[in-house]
Design a protein around this ligand. Sequence first.
Ligand SMILES: NC(=O)c1ccc[n+]([C@@H]2O[C@H](COP(=O)([O-])OP(=O)(O)OC[C@H]3O[C@@H](n4cnc5c(N)ncnc54)[C@H](OP(=O)(O)O)[C@@H]3O)[C@@H](O)[C@H]2O)c1
Length: 237
Amino acid sequence: MTTIQIGTPVSLVTGANKGIGLETVRRLIGAGHRVYLAARDVERGRTAAEALGARFVELDVTSDASVRLAANVVEREEGHLDVLVNNAGITGPLRDVHEYTGEDVAAVLLTNVAGYVRVMHAFLPLLELSADPRIVNVSSGLGSFALFHDSSRIESRAGTPLYGAAKSAINMLTARYAQLLPGIRINSADPGMTATDLSGGQGHSVKDGTDAIIAFAIGGPDTPTGAYRDGDGDLPW
Ligand SMILES: NC(=O)c1ccc[n+]([C@@H]2O[C@H](COP(=O)([O-])OP(=O)(O)OC[C@H]3O[C@@H](n4cnc5c(N)ncnc54)[C@H](OP(=O)(O)O)[C@@H]3O)[C@@H](O)[C@H]2O)c1
């Protein structure tokens, strides 16, 4: 495997035109990275990228063609990628539990799970050319079985079954991929309840919500792999 010695680290954040993704881009730029702000909507993505001094790349995580094109752009312009932040996500439909359908499940898993896998695989060859490659999968405390079973925690009461199941799947993917790809630090970050459109504006600041993501993305040599953390530290799976 050829390893490129990097100068300015190169990062890419999916679903980054707003919310946690946008704040992640802002903080990575602040840390000296060259950042690709990836978004499915060209106008909103470009506007957000210009405001922060990021590079815009169009990327819809549900489309193989779109993800491949985005990877081609980064390959052409940078030759490698150091940090991938899998962030694009949806809550999916909020219904009475009797009303969920197979299509509802498919839609949530398509974006929140298949989307993460699709993006990881498209960028894997570029990450494997980095001297210190990292993947941060933005998960949720709602994906933790242990927190669900702890009645003192909000995670035991909040969230929908489909969203929680998708985030549990992301956690298992993180654990498994970290084991299978020991050369890449692959971790799950829980933002905690964060005030964005997804949470209906409830929760702590996007700064607080990105602490775990940023720690995994730019932390020093003791940064783990296969870990699951929020801004305060390790979470039970
Ligand atoms: N906010 C919280 O309390 C909280 C807590 C735990 C975990 N999280 C996780 O944090 C991540 C970011 O959420 P957020 O709170 O920042 O939500 P948000 O403000 O709703 O932002 C979600 C982003 O994902 C993008 N997106 C959705 N589907 C996409 C697709 N198919 N392709 C590309 N981009 C797509 C959206 O793009 P458009 O603007 O085009 O729709 C938007 O940029 C998600 O994975 C979420 O599950 C959030």
